[in-house]
Design a protein around this ligand. Structure first.
Ligand code: XIL
Length: 974
């Protein structure tokens, strides 16, 4: 009886509002639509009541919640309400009576028990409902006293009435930074949009993305003039928002680019940021501009606007939406990474990263930071003598607040350096500018920034002296490096001064940097350390080459730090995934494990390891070298731990690793000697444990599968053995050999060869007493790797096949990657000094260069990898050299082809039925000698008009030669 009374009171009570405390942070809307066939947390209220998702009636979608079995007014459907103290919610729901029920009043009520008080019942909304239509119930709800047992429920004044409930939405209110903003112009007004300058805005029915109207923008006075929306007070500092708007060109405009930008002003000073860079809008199409934005500063003006990159053409805008993105809380039940490593663990950061969950993640896992951009020259001295330190100060203060070690990045670099620095500068002027800059920065942060990247990326291993031809070097030679270090040391003698570079794990760059540091140290330049950036990818390079680099520099008596670690999921500069396959993310976890195994083993030489960003959403690799989804870091876009995190924190939690290897057809002699066949491909690395590591390969033959293990293990013991397990059947070989096997000592350990049955699931385990290293994965058969020879002589480069060419064997392109017939070539190669010569005699009666794309013109491509590294993706000196029938040259390589772009010379000559290409390719990075193996392939592109209609290679059947060197054939120098 008492309960019934209470329920009745509740039904009659007006909405109850208490004085609002400062609104707390609220999450996104809670929506209950029952479309998944469950009750979505709603349960029966009262004995005998049942609630169930049903498709008998629905307001939106196909399902609703049906409430039956009621015998009292307060019976109904009830939800443990997710309301948060101090937050106002807009509550709405749709209700309809089950067929045949008489009209009734349905109410939404909240039951709650305040601490130390009596349970209360607060009505949120009520309305008269029939079985003929859905009725919307809507109201607001707020509570301000600590309370327990919060329930939101639906009740009816018809004690036995059955009803449907659908589309219940609990929307947190009250904080304007949480309110979505939308505009659709359907009401015929401009809905708070106003022109930035003199543009005219009007709601119009001439075009519409959704509904019947859009906003027409005409009469713009400049590319930046157009529609703007004042969002001051609507974006919380450090909060993330999704922004989206549809745009279309005005009638009669046939091309244009539109983008979404924001202008913010602090103390009157404006800054402009692009949320969506100007994007092509084809005539007559609606294009969506969508991006995210985080406001990271206090502002007194904030305006979102649509602009073009050039021109003042008219356009339409429609269906604008800005919504707060509620962050997922960071995990607090996982180990702090910094406690798991024997060195400082740092992260790069920029100002927005110091707020909210990003700031929490940084504080929890890292004890070092590097400002990602804020200390660079363009940020700190945009105009001569005009310094700007607000952002850098803020980040340094963040680091100090959290007891973090701070790295300063960077004092002298060729990138992100304003043009004025080099303008009109003779050597002395440039060095003076450098001196002022370095002295100002290092003095300002004296005693606070522990280590500086004094110079960044000054090495170019493709130059004879190993030095990058930057404006710094061109104007001042090595003296810019000497000056930067000297001045930095004078300004803060306690700061550790670093030379920082990328690709230091590649042997040629490693050696060039080594020689430079050695030289500078010998001169007495105060250089204390070497920074290895380590921008790696999922395949390259192996962790062992990182270890080789650290060991190499350990001999120089310098500190070392890993300064910018990330592991891209891409091996080339054009591919993109969305979503990124889970197996790559898992493989990346193993990559991080192997790298941190190396860092821990080398901890005596490493003072810190810094990742270039705390979570995937903030990585620079989402926009470099192209816009694409990337996931190179330890935490994902929601700041949750990835396998990469576990690879560092606790590798036992990693998913099992499944590796893949091709076993090309091939014959070897089982004698423990390394036949040339094995040298056609590199060994798949088996990572080091203790002092043991190994490499593995396989070949397919009629009788089974040849397997090879090259073991690095200097301590000889009777327990040393290699076990090959193929589809569950094991074969063990010792240093003395074994059944259908042979073994031989090598300078660093021993080599094992065996013939085992064919199979797919392969495990190779190398044991040394208690230590074991393994490779586990799938092996698949593949066609033989083709091998040809270059004869040792130099031709005259004139397009004529003089007799010298006859010394070389002839190969023929016959592997079709597009079409099944068309232009082909016979090819011969010569070499002399450090030059490779290639003669291609092409049969192609109809020649065309109509296409603007070089690969769609009749042409020959020569692929050369001086190290025969067979890497997925190009390394620095891998080249794709293309010569069109008329002699046009194009060269491809890594993203800027810097290491190979000047290597090609060629002469072409038309002959009856085709053309001849005679090419000379300089290979300055390799020492060519008889027996040297080069990665090599040739491709003929056959054009018809403006299209490529066929293409054929010598060896690579993948069609990916321009991205991936791993399937090129091999050229041996005679
Ligand atoms: C990157 C920043 O992370 C980006 O925000 C910026 O747009 C470009 O520079 N090597 C370096 C870093 O030394 O300074 C670069 O940082 C990444 C490559």
């Amino acid at each position: 009886m008492r309960t019934l009374l209470r329920a009745l009171v509740a039904l009659l009570l007006p909405v109850l509002f208490l004085a609002a405390a400062a609104p707390a942070r609220a999450a996104a809307d809670h929506v209950y639509d029952f479309e998944d066939g469950t009750t979505q947390g709603w349960s029966p209220r009262g004995d005998g009541v049942s609630v169930a998702a049903t498709t008998g009636a629905a307001h939106g979608g196909a399902a609703s919640l049906l409430v039956t079995g009621r015998t009292a007014n307060w019976h109904g459907a009830s939800l443990a309400a997710p309301f948060v103290k101090g937050v106002t919610y807009r509550v709405s729901a749709y209700v309809r009576l089950a067929a045949g029920q008489p009209a009734a009043t349905i109410a939404l009520t909240v039951q709650r028990t305040p601490a130390g008080g009596e349970t209360t019942y607060e009505r949120v909304a009520a309305a008269t409902v029939t079985d003929g239509a859905w009725v919307r119930l809507a109201g607001a709800y707020l509570f301000t006293a600590d309370s327990t047992d919060l329930q939101l429920y639906a009740e009816s004044d018809d004690a036995t009435g059955r009803y449907h409930l659908d589309d219940v939405v609990l929307a947190p209110q009250g904080d304007p930074t949480r309110e979505p903003i939308a505009a659709d112009f359907e009401d015929g007004t401009t809905q708070d949009w106003s022109p930035r300058a003199s543009a005219a805005l009007a709601a119009t029915a001439e075009a519409a993305h959704g509904g019947t109207r859009s906003l027409a923008v005409t009469g713009r006075s400049a590319s930046w003039d157009g529609p703007a929306l004042n969002v001051l007070g609507r974006l919380g500092k450090g909060d993330k928002y999704d922004v989206s708007v549809w745009v279309r060109l005005g009638a009669g405009v046939d091309s244009g680019r539109l983008g979404l930008s924001i202008e913010r002003r602090t103390a009157g000073t404006p800054s402009y940021e692009q949320i969506v860079p100007p994007t092509d809008v084809p005539a007559g199409e609606w294009v969506r501009l969508a991006g995210t934005y985080t406001l990271s500063r206090d502002v007194d003006f904030l305006s979102l606007y649509v602009e073009s990159d050039t021109g003042t053409f008219p356009f339409h805008l429609d269906d604008f939406a800005l919504t707060y993105v509620a962050p997922k809380p960071i995990q607090t039940d996982i180990p702090a990474l910094k406690d798991r490593v024997p060195f400082t663990l740092g992260s790069a950061l920029t100002r927005p990263d110091t707020f909210g969950v990003h700031g929490e993640l940084l504080a929890r896992h890292f004890n070092g930071i590097t400002p990602g951009n804020e200390l660079k020259w363009d940020a700190t001295e945009p105009r001569e003598g005009e310094y700007a330190f607000a952002d850098a100060d803020d980040l340094v203060a963040f680091g100090e607040r959290h007891g973090m070690t701070i790295r300063g990045h960077t004092l002298a670099w060729h990138s992100q350096t304003p043009a004025w620095v080099f303008e009109g500068a003779d050597k002395q002027t440039l060095l003076n500018r450098l001196e002022s800059h370095v002295r100002t920065l290092v003095t300002r942060y004296k005693g606070r920034i522990a280590a500086w990247d004094v110079v960044n990326e000054v090495v170019d291993e493709n130059q004879p002296d190993g030095l990058r031809r930057s404006p710094w070097y061109e104007i001042a030679g090595l003296d810019f490096i000497r000056t930067a270090f000297r001045v930095a040391h004078e300004a803060d003698p306690a700061a550790k001064l670093f030379i920082n570079d990328y690709n230091t794990e590649f042997p040629r760059k490693r050696e060039a940097l080594y020689a430079l540091v050695k030289r500078l140290k010998a001169e007495g330049v105060p250089i204390h350390g070497v920074g290895h950036q380590l921008h790696l990818n999922i395949e390259q390079p192996p962790a062992s080459s990182v270890e080789d680099t650290i060991e190499r520099f350990a001999g120089l008596g310098v500190q070392q730090q890993v300064t910018e670690l990330d592991v891209s999921v891409y091996t080339d500069f054009v591919s993109s995934y969305d979503p990124i396959p889970g197996e790559l993310i898992a493989e990346q976890g193993h990559r991080y494990k192997e790298l941190f195994d190396v860092f821990r083993r080398q901890a005596a030489h490493l003072t810190s390891v810094t990742v270039w960003g705390e979570s995937d959403d903030v990585s620079w690799l989402n926009t470099w070298p192209i816009n694409r989804l990337n996931a190179p870091l330890l935490f994902d876009r929601d700041l949750q731990a990835k396998p990469a995190y576990w690879g560092v924190a606790d590798p036992s939690k990693l998913p099992p690793r499944v590796r893949r290897l091709e076993a090309p057809a091939g014959e070897v002699v089982l004698d423990g000697k390394r036949d040339q066949q094995w040298d056609l491909l590199p060994d798949a690395p088996i990572a080091r444990v203790g002092e043991v590591s190994a490499g593995f390969q396989a070949r397919t033959t009629a009788a089974g599968m040849y397997v090879l293990a090259e073991v690095a293990d200097r301590s000889v013991s009777a327990a040393d053995r290699v076990t090959f397990t193929v589809d569950g059947v094991a074969r063990t070989v010792t240093r003395l050999g074994g059944h259908k096997a042979a073994a031989r000592p090598t300078p660093t350990g021993y080599r094992v060869e065996a013939l085992v049955p064919k199979g797919t699931d392969v495990d190779v385990t190398v044991r040394d007493g208690g230590t074991a290293v393994s490779w586990t994965g799938k092996v698949t058969p593949a066609p033989a790797v083709k091998l040809t020879t270059a004869a040792h002589r130099a031709p005259v480069l004139d397009g004529v096949a003089e007799p010298a060419w006859r010394a070389a064997p002839e190969i023929r392109t016959g592997t079709w990657i597009q079409g099944t017939s068309g232009a082909t070539a016979t090819v011969r190669s010569l070499w002399s000094g450090s030059t490779l010569y290639v003669l291609a005699q092409v049969t192609d009666p109809a020649l065309s260069e109509e296409s603007p794309n070089a690969w769609e013109q009749d042409s020959v491509e020569i692929f050369v990898d001086p190290g025969n590294g067979k890497t997925k993706g190009y390394t620095d000196d891998d080249g794709q050299y293309r010569i069109s029938f008329s002699g046009r040259l194009t060269v491809g390589g890594t993203f800027d082809a810097a290491g190979v772009k000047d290597n090609l010379k060629a002469v072409t000559r038309a002959v009856p039925g085709g053309y001849v290409v005679e090419a000379a390719i300089a290979l300055p990075t390799a020492t060519l000698r008889p027996g040297t193996l080069l990665g090599f392939d040739v491709q003929v592109n056959d054009a018809t008009g403006a299209a490529r209609t066929a293409a054929v290679t010598w060896n690579d059947a993948t069609g990916r030669s321009y991205l991936d060197t791993s399937h090129w054939g091999v050229l041996r120098l005679a």
